[in-house]
Design a protein around this ligand. Structure first.
Ligand SMILES: [Ca+2]
Length: 303
């Protein structure tokens, strides 16, 4: 009897790691070639659909799913979270190389890692335009997957030699771990529900890792297979959102938020009542341009 009880304890608890939660958030996993999206929860596919293009690979998930193409000529697509196409497409944009693998978002921008050279990571606007180089990944590894960690504004990457690394926004390595062996380590995705990562390990296998590189749990997900590269959880930005009522450019900034658009702050809130009703602030010119923007806004929502 006692043996049976011990056997029933999840491995992660038995070896003294943090108790692994069941996978409660929805993990979006995207296959290139015979393009297909799986939404996985508790180790099972809860929704799936064929994607519009054959080589949609990087993806972001906020209010909708937005994919981008692998190489010039490929087109990304926007889907509602249930898989319905919204009609928006994201044609290829030159400016930061070609051949994209996994993507991620911080709620303000989209990011993708490239399948060439030192695996550059480039930043895009949320509609997959205006690509600019953010950093090159550390040399000597075939880094394939990328996700954003909102707890400290950093990125995590995984590579084929079972490596997991945390990078700052300049690409400096903050931490680096060897993780247990496996197949590929694609579709890296940060799950804010329990501050862990999931990744695709080949075949039908997905695995959860802690931020110290410990394997927490594995699932074989019936139906998942093939050339999977892109993976993300839904990003919930949090923070108070304001409708821009006035936006004034100073010193030549050309990218100031437009009147009527949403402006998201990092003021914490659980409810819109936690947010100041009005916003008056000065921000650096978005997308790295020169100058500043003076903004006035009216509170719209929380999160
Ligand atoms: Ca990702």
């Amino acid at each position: 009897m006692r043996r049976a009880l011990i056997a029933a304890v999840p491995l992660s608890m038995a070896v003294g790691l943090q108790p692994a939660q069941a996978q409660t958030s929805e993990y979006y996993l995207l296959r290139a070639e015979s393009g297909h999206m799986w939404v996985i929860q508790n180790g099972q596919v809860v929704r799936e659909w064929n994607v519009d293009g054959d080589l949609e690979i990087p993806l972001t998930v906020i209010d909708t799913v937005r994919t981008y193409g692998y190489r010039p000529g490929d087109v990304g697509t926007e889907y509602a979270l249930d898989g319905q196409m919204t009609g928006e497409h994201y044609p290829w944009v030159d400016g930061c190389g070609a051949s994209w693998l996994d993507g991620t978002t911080d709620g303000q921008f989209a990011y993708a890692i490239q399948y060439t050279g030192n695996r550059p990571v480039c930043r895009f606007d949320l509609n997959w335009t205006n690509p600019t180089l953010l950093f090159n990944c550390p040399p000597g590894e075939q880094w394939d997957a990328l996700t954003y960690d909102p707890t400290d504004d950093t990125f995590w990457i995984t590579g084929r030699n079972n490596v997991l690394a945390q990078l700052d926004r300049s690409g400096n390595v903050l931490q680096r771990f060897t993780i247990p062996g496996g197949g590929r380590s694609a579709g890296l995705a940060y799950d804010a529900a329990d501050d862990t990562f999931w990744m695709y390990r080949g075949g039908d296998l997905i695995q959860q890792y802690s931020k110290s590189g410990q394997l927490l749990q594995s699932h074989n997900v019936a139906g998942v297979s093939g050339n999977v590269w892109g993976g993300e959880f839904q990003f919930s930005p949090g923070g108070c959102v304001y409708t821009v009522k006035k936006s004034k450019s100073k010193r030549g900034c050309e990218n100031c938020p437009e009147k009527g658009s949403d402006f998201r702050t990092d003021s914490e809130c659980e409810d819109v009542k936690d947010c100041a009703k009005k916003l008056k602030t000065t921000i650096a010119c978005p997308r790295g341009g020169n100058g500043i923007c003076k903004i006035k806004g009216k509170v719209k929502s929380c999160g």
